[in-house]
Design a protein around this ligand. Sequence first.
Ligand SMILES: NC(=O)c1ccc[n+]([C@@H]2O[C@H](COP(=O)([O-])OP(=O)(O)OC[C@H]3O[C@@H](n4cnc5c(N)ncnc54)[C@H](O)[C@@H]3O)[C@@H](O)[C@H]2O)c1
Ligand SMILES: O=c1ccn([C@@H]2O[C@H](COP(=O)(O)OP(=O)(O)O[C@H]3O[C@H](CO)[C@@H](O)[C@H](O)[C@H]3O)[C@@H](O)[C@H]2O)c(=O)[nH]1
Length: 333
Amino acid sequence: MGELVLVCGGAGYIGSICVHELIETGYDVVVFDNMTKGHKDAVDSRVKELVVGDVRNEEDLNAVLSKYSFDACMHFCADSLVGESVKVPLKYYDNNMNGAIELAKALTRHNVGRIVFSSTAAIFGEPNPEFVPIAENCPKEPTNPYGETKLSIEHMLRWTTNAHDLKATCLRYFNAAGALPNIGEDHSPESHLIPIVLQVALGKRDKLAIFGDDYPTRDGTCVRDYIHVVDLAHAHIKALEYMKDESPKFNTFNLGTSNGLTVKEIIETSRKVTGHPIPADVGPRRDGDPATLVADSRRAQEVLGWTVRFGDVESIIRSAWEWHQGHPDGYAQ
Ligand SMILES: NC(=O)c1ccc[n+]([C@@H]2O[C@H](COP(=O)([O-])OP(=O)(O)OC[C@H]3O[C@@H](n4cnc5c(N)ncnc54)[C@H](O)[C@@H]3O)[C@@H](O)[C@H]2O)c1
Ligand SMILES: O=c1ccn([C@@H]2O[C@H](COP(=O)(O)OP(=O)(O)O[C@H]3O[C@H](CO)[C@@H](O)[C@H](O)[C@H]3O)[C@@H](O)[C@H]2O)c(=O)[nH]1
């Protein structure tokens, strides 16, 4: 029998892929998700249970934590749209902050000793070019409420691990992308660049809007570091193993490929992968978008022994394209 992991948000995009990789590695898994954005069909059929509950709800958490004896927890639950967070900040403070606080309280009550938390590149805000690629100690000045809530949760976890018998690892993903053959990205409404580009290629949309071409980048569009979601999943497993040994109680790692690509470059590569012209018009900037976010992930490589296995963006887009072709309506079909 492997260790038992509680995966909160395990019916969502990144969480469901982590669940699959955990089970493949020999872990047992219970998924806990309120299903506001999760998909039942994304959850591996080998999980011990898919519990429908809300991380903000003490009773829901007590029920699952009393039923099972967990070795560790992964926390993927959040609202996570940069633009939306600028428009409705209180939704983000409510779900992200309150969810993480209730979960941390429940883990300490039930003596669960390890948590891996989904943090984000958005905690760094608009880094001065001298700090790009972005290492863990880069100044943190979020430019949107989403990043603010994630940074506050990191601080809350640091103080909680200081006071309790709990270890935490915050993994700051840059832009998650790609798919497994049967698990992919299906957000509704979709706001992420690669799935939107592929929906145009599938004929589900006529064209897409490029949000601004007047940024200080090589072609004027925003630069992001797209990392394969399976590589992210493997970093979670490495973090669980690391915290089992003599690790510090609180840890942070930046996770990306260190290869920054512009919005226009992503569209161009997608044209090559799909063979579709993918029409795109330049529109206004989206609120809260920093110009450039590229990771320096050497610390995760050196300390966790993590490696990027699927770093080439063309193969990342190809894996997403294969999933989207097989699931043109997402999980709805
Ligand atoms: N997608 C990215 O590129 C990216 C990058 C950096 C960080 N992140 C972070 O990674 C995590 C997962 O992202 P994702 O793209 O898989 O998102 P997602 O929306 O697909 O998954 C989140 C899951 O959490 C569930 N959930 C949300 N609030 C909940 C609550 N209060 N109680 C119980 N379940 C709840 C949703 O139903 C969903 O299944 C998020 O925390 C996000 O902020 C994502
Ligand atoms: O229709 C679109 C959609 C997106 N973009 C641009 O494409 C880039 C990537 O956007 P998106 O895919 O929405 O990702 P981000 O806004 O960079 O945010 C993602 O990456 C962050 C870390 O970098 C995470 O924290 C967030 O959760 C995750 O949504 C940005 O410059 C957007 O302005 C467009 O130009 N047109």
